[in-house]
Design a protein around this ligand. Structure first.
Ligand SMILES: NC(=O)c1ccc[n+]([C@@H]2O[C@H](COP(=O)([O-])OP(=O)(O)OC[C@H]3O[C@@H](n4cnc5c(N)ncnc54)[C@H](O)[C@@H]3O)[C@@H](O)[C@H]2O)c1
Length: 347
């Protein structure tokens, strides 16, 4: 039995608890949240025997095989580094850290101890994402030339976010948020690079629009809420990736189009299967005809993490990969601060 603890028991932690509880051979032994009473209520809701308010105390006291970090972004690094010291396997929410230096320290610490790690890049859970990556890697599209990707949300246009603490910290750099870039741009960078390949260089502009209010309580609205990037992939492809919280009518739309010299693929996670993924290849390129692709079920990130712990073989995501995506975020921030200058990614 793999004994896990969840650290950070806010909104997303419910998804972690439900997913881990559904996996045979895995048990939730404890949970922790710094807000008094929150972990206790979470423990009662999910049938977890122990609840703590201090991650350090929990790690010292509990006999665990691994942890899942679901705290706000700036708490990821200190908790992961501590857990690694205890020799624990760690799954961490995205972004891996709130800065590149910490992300690299986390990857290096896990590598030095040869520990299994995972980052919850959850759009890889979709069968169409895994199939799109396979199709792109198979050469069916030929040499990839052009890529266009977007991740759109529209919640800033309404008013409901004013009363939602789970959204307010996402607008505030002092709460460790790197804005739309760090919250959902991070998914887009992983999504695009998982399907197309690693990014060599990028230019980016980040914008923080006026929201009518400058702050609510401790949350100062200084984090970016729109990003537009021009990216160059290692394989020579050119692309645009953009993301915004001002995209009216979009609750959560992740989409990517990949064009090669033999065909294209078009994935939009809002479209129900089998239309989620479409391809246009072979003779169909002459008539611009797109066909849906049937995609078999795939294991989600939680199952991949548990499977990796059991087998001792690192799974599809890792702190190393999370740190690479963090380098794209870091490059985006640097580029934007320098008027959209091209920034090369150091791997
Ligand atoms: N993979 C995904 O699709 C996805 C979706 C949503 C959120 N997330 C990520 O999950 C994380 C949590 O997001 P959320 O929406 O649940 O936010 P949330 O604000 O609802 O929950 C965060 C929780 O962390 C707790 N916390 C903060 N510092 C802590 C510490 N040092 N020790 C213990 N607990 C601490 C807070 O008290 C809060 O309860 C973020 O990193 C976010 O980016 C990922």
């Amino acid at each position: 039995m793999i004994r896990l603890a969840i650290i950070g028991t806010g909104g997303m932690a419910n998804g972690h608890a439900d997913s881990f509880k559904a996996i045979k051979g895995c048990e939730l032994a404890a949970c922790c949240d710094i807000v008094p009473g929150r972990a206790k209520a979470f423990a009662e809701k999910h049938g977890i025997p122990k609840a703590y308010t201090d991650a350090g105390k929990m790690l010292k006291k509990e006999r665990l095989d691994g942890i899942s970090i679901v705290t706000i972004d700036k708490a990821h690094a200190p908790i992961a580094l501590l857990a690694i010291k205890y020799g624990l396997r760690v799954m961490c929410e995205k972004p891996l850290a709130d800065n590149l230096r910490d992300a690299r320290r986390m990857a290096e610490a896990a590598r030095a101890r040869k520990l299994i790690t995972a980052v919850n890049f959850s759009y890889r859970n979709c069968p169409a994402t895994q199939m799109a990556a396979k199709i792109a890697a198979s050469g069916k599209l030929g040499r990839i030339m052009h890529v266009e990707g977007s991740y759109l949300q529209g919640w800033l246009v309404g008013k409901a976010w004013h009363k939602n603490e789970g959204l307010l910290w996402r607008l505030s750099t002092r709460h460790g948020s790197a804005g739309v870039l760090g919250d959902i741009g991070v998914h887009l960078f992983d999504f695009a690079s998982f399907i197309v390949g690693d990014i060599a260089a990028l230019q980016c502009e980040l914008k923080t629009f006026n929201k009518g209010l400058k702050r609510i309580g401790p949350y100062v609205f200084d984090a970016n809420d729109s990003m537009a990037a021009i990216v160059r992939f290692n394989n020579g492809a050119l692309g645009t990736l953009h993301s915004s919280r001002w995209a009216t009518g979009h609750a959560n739309t992740v989409a990517l189009r990949v064009y090669g010299n033999k065909g294209g693929l078009d994935i939009n996670l809002d479209r129900p299967a089998p239309e989620t993924l479409r391809i246009c290849v072979g003779q169909d390129v002459d008539t611009n005809t797109w066909w849906p692709v049937k995609c078999p079920p795939v294991p989600d990130m939680y199952r991949r993490f548990i499977d990796a712990i059991k087998s001792g073989k690192q799974g599809q995501t890792s702190f190393e990969g999370g740190a690479r995506v963090q380098a794209y975020l870091d490059a985006s921030l640097k580029s934007s601060a320098n008027g959209g200058k091209l920034v090369k990614i150091k791997n």
